[in-house]
Write a protein that binds this ligand. Structure first.
Ligand code: NZQ
Ligand code: ZN
Length: 385
């Protein structure tokens, strides 16, 4: 196992009627920026429940943060936040609202020319407004990590940034808020969490028994519980299991002490930036291509995955690995999510466009061994035409 430092201070309040915990969590803050998305929280009652608890605070609302949160929109919130001297940001929504709020939190305190430089030029930042979240969609893990992914429409860029100072102080996870999610968002959430685990697990072995066992177990939870949520949307226990699995998938625990390979996410972000496809759907397209193209160097972990996640006991290793990759793609299909570029009307000429964008951003040495070059990216995408 590699050396590591693990740090995760996010307080999680999980279960039924946990929004009441906001009262205590926010007792030391007065000017609160309450951020949310395009209206789902007003339809499912979450907005009213949160507003009621905050009725004695000075609340500044900022709604309208859409999926794949946009720099252009978020900068308006930065202005509002500065003007009102907000001392806390409460993000109520899915990954997009939480990520957007992390950007707002860092941008309000940013001292340089343009807060976008924190993403495009990896400019360091050392201060941010504190944030907390009420999660409404299990998928990204943003509620328990310090990462965020922001899109800039003017330049068609979708870039990630992060810091431990952007980790929420607390996150409230109520599985019942999932009842109002459309099926596609449930499927997206299952696949996003699935791929987060794979990208921390399917690399090369470093004898990290705990991390490997956790990864395999979490994948099995997603495979077993995810379809149950789709079958019976109001079955509390399966919603709870899915929500907690998605949070655990990207809170730093699985990545501690092991190599990682974020190739699928990096390529997927370009597909969203260029074609507006949902984040998880880009992952469903790219992952089978990555696993197939890199199966020789990932063979030991793929075999672990085949045996421990898919219970494949075929003697021939190569056949076992191919079966595991096929089963993964079939699982995505069973959730109603397609896995080929053509399924989303993305033309073949997009492949060179995606490769060129990646090269421009210097994403030319991807993977745990830094050997996934533009040629291999092309091969990955050709595989998923
Ligand atoms: O905007 P509203 O009206 O709230 O509707 C949202 C949105 O349309 C809706 N929704 C959310 N909760 C709902 C609900 N509808 C009904 N009932 C509810 N309870 O769902 C739609 C999608 O929401 P969004 O927040 O965009 O989805 P998700 O949580 O999948 O977030 C995706 C974003 O997170 C980034 C992605 O790149 C993408 O921009 N990621 C963030 C990561 C991180 N911070 O660690 C890692 C991930 O890999 C990912 O890249
Ligand atoms: Zn993701």
């Amino acid at each position: 196992m590699e050396n590591f430092t693990f740090y995760n201070p996010v307080r999680i309040h999980f279960g039924k009627n946990q929004v009441v915990k906001l009262k205590d969590e926010l007792k030391n803050y007065n000017n609160i920026l309450f951020t949310y998305g395009k209206g789902s929280i007003k339809k499912n009652g979450v907005y009213n429940r949160v507003s009621e608890i905050l009725s004695d605070k000075n609340i500044i609302e900022f709604g309208g943060i859409g999926a794949n949160p946009e720099y252009e929109t978020l900068m308006k919130a930065v202005e509002i936040g500065k003007k009102n001297k907000v001392d806390f940001i409460l993000a109520v929504g899915g990954g997009s609202v939480i990520d957007g709020s992390k950007f707002i939190a860092a941008a309000i305190n940013y001292q340089g020319d343009d807060p976008w430089n924190m993403l495009s030029k990896y400019e360091k930042f050392s201060s941010a407004i504190k944030i907390g979240s009420v999660l409404t969609l299990p998928a990204t893990g943003s509620e328990m990590n310090g990462g965020a992914v922001i899109t800039r429409i003017s330049s068609k860029e979708k870039l990630a940034f992060g810091s431990h100072i952007l980790m929420p102080v607390f996150s409230i996870l109520e599985p019942e808020v999932m009842y109002s999610l459309p099926d596609t968002q449930i499927s997206n959430g299952i696949i996003d969490a699935f791929v987060h685990i794979i990208e921390q697990y399917i690399t090369y072995p470093v004898n990290a028994a705990v991390q490997d066992a956790y990864s395999a177990a979490l994948l099995k939870v997603l495979i077993n519980e995810g379809p149950k949520v789709l079958e019976n949307r109001l079955y509390y226990d399966s919603n709870a299991n899915l929500m907690w699995a998605a949070t655990m998938a990207l809170n730093g625990l699985l990545a501690a002490g092991v190599p990682e390979d974020w190739t699928t996410h990096i390529i997927g972000h370009e597909i969203t930036a260029l074609y507006g496809i949902d984040h998880a759907q880009t992952l469903a397209i790219v992952l089978p291509g990555v696993l197939s193209a890199m199966k020789e160097e990932k063979s030991e972990k793929l075999l672990h995955f085949a045996q421990n996640v898919w219970n494949i006991n075929i003697k021939d290793d190569n056949t076992a690995i191919d079966t595991a990759i096929n089963k993964t793609e079939e699982f995505f299909h069973s959730l109603g999510i397609k896995t080929k570029l053509s399924d989303y009307n993305i033309p073949n000429c997009a492949i060179s466009e995606i490769c060129a964008k990646l090269e421009k951003q210097n994403f030319i040495k991807l993977g745990e061994n830094k050997n996934i070059n533009p040629e291999i990216v092309k091969k990955i995408l050709e595989h998923q035409k």
